[in-house]
Design a protein around this ligand. Structure first.
Ligand SMILES: [Zn+2]
Length: 229
């Protein structure tokens, strides 16, 4: 059963033998443990995926530890490391030297340093250069954020993270935070999905992504790193 048209985006990785796939809401709930999700993952990309029990932290695991807890999964593209989210950022880190990572970073993961930790692990595995690709995140226009926590994150990552919602309330620009963390990790952002998980729409007006904040969705879209076909 192939995935529905428009349900899978492939982000550009240049000449590397790697593919980074991002699913939309049309691919259905791909969250590990949700009923039928394994079959839906097979419709997106057949074969075994590696995944973690995501806990909004900064632990980095190898794909041999698939199923344990953590928010960054490091391995080879053949291991198909995957992460799942509804508003948080999903980031692929790819190295021409071979190792890759899938990372889940909401504000908590960003604060905990999960992106920098994943990049450091890849470097310990031989990566000298790193490029990054980012899936959709909740946009600041839809992401009201507590002022004290916003001050803390801006203190760590800079004023680029400070934004306002569409109705003028304090907001976090999570994509800007991810960009700063990637810069600090020495990873070049070469592709991103520029669409808000809360307000991004398909052409027919339906929601394009899962959003916990906007709709209390239990479902999760996915980012998976694999070998280029
Ligand atoms: Zn939005």
């Amino acid at each position: 059963m192939p995935a529905r048209a428009g349900a899978v985006l492939e982000l550009p990785v240049g000449d590397l033998p790697v593919a980074v796939l991002v699913t939309t809401r049309r691919a259905g709930d791909l969250r590990p443990g949700s009923q039928g999700a394994a079959a839906r993952r097979q419709a997106v990309l057949p074969g075994e995926w590696s995944a973690l029990r995501q806990v909004h932290g900064a632990s980095v695991r190898g794909c041999a530890d698939s199923g344990s807890s953590g928010d960054a999964l490091v391995g080879s593209p053949a291991d198909r490391p995957a992460m799942f989210a509804a508003d948080c950022a999903l980031v692929a880190l790819v190295s021409p030297q071979g190792p890759v990572a899938a990372v889940h970073a909401g504000w908590q993961g960003l604060r905990a340093g999960v992106i920098e930790a994943a990049a450091a692990r890849l470097r310990s595995l031989g990566a000298r250069e790193l490029v990054a690709l980012r899936g959709p995140v909740i946009g600041p226009e839809c992401y009201e954020f507590g002022p004290e926590l916003l001050d803390e994150l801006c203190g760590r990552f800079g004023e680029r993270l400070r934004a306002t919602t569409s109705d003028g309330r304090p907001a976090l620009d999570l994509a800007a935070g991810v960009a700063v963390a990637l810069e600090r990790a020495g990873a070049e952002l070469v592709g991103e999905v520029d669409s808000c998980t809360a307000c991004g729409r398909e052409e027919d007006g339906s929601a394009r992504w899962f959003s916990h904040r906007a709709r209390r969705d239990a479902g999760r879209h996915a980012l998976v790193v694999t070998t280029r076909r």
